[in-house]
Design a protein around this ligand. Sequence first.
Ligand SMILES: O=C(O)CCC(=O)C(=O)O
Length: 315
Amino acid sequence: MARLVEPPVEPAEATLHFRLGGRRFGGLGDDHLAAVLTAEERAAFERDGFLTIPGALDSRDVERLTEAADRLVADERARHGLRPADMVSRFSVIRFDPAFVELVDWARTFPKVWDILGWNIQLYISHLVEYPPETWGGAQCRRPVWHQDSGRPVLELERPAPRLSVKVAYWLTDTRIPDAGAMEAVPGSHHLDAPPAEANDPGWDGVTRLCAAPGDATIFDRRLWHRHGRNLSDTVRKALFFGYSFRWLRPLDYTHAPPRLLARCDPVLRQLLGDGRTEVGWYQPQPADVPLREWLVEHRGEAALWKPPSTQPLQ
Ligand SMILES: O=C(O)CCC(=O)C(=O)O
């Protein structure tokens, strides 16, 4: 007999690829409060468009995340017929391993994100990039190209372009080794509409290589002109990029976070994974939509909340 009501179908993009077991995720605490953005960090971020956080991950974190990354990369290689020499770029990694979910509200980085973008935010991308040595002769997903982040907004926004989002890069391998794939950036270029003409000149000193130890993190403004560096070393470069944006933007790597995952997350993490409680709440957040705001008021006080650029009343 035909079913009168079809069972709800989980959208493909909401599939969870790991067992939840008894796990629960999320929870802000004192470690977060200890890592809020300092005045010096804010000044550096505003000036350069990026900020490096040494030791954002300790060696056990790096080990756990590297194992998770290696498992996911092996699956991706098998699924897409990629050779070890080929670059792997995988979005939406939070659906593939609990270790990645734990990074979303990471104590040593996330407080800096809320101090840069405020409380009306979400994760919009969780991205793994494995970049083997070019000498292995693999197909690179893309040649190093100077770019700003986010796709169409880069083209469609009127100028001057607003910040909209930031990314936190977690470096899992050592990019202090020369030419080991350290990301390159033009400090201060987040106010430019095009990369400086000299940026492709190898002799120009306006490019910074974000040389990082395993476990370091870099927060960068989406408008920063950046590109992945060449990897001419004999080591595979591994990095994770977690992007946060205002909640009124659509996420880039999911339409719905897996409902089974959301059910195991605390309210703030649910907010960060794109959940909302009211229909109007992406544009006009109600208290239930943005538990991060309530947590910050409770633990830091109303006066410490991020100040939006405008103070005009909302209608
Ligand atoms: O892989 C890199 O170093 C750069 C990544 C990047 O360009 C990005 O996440 O937008």
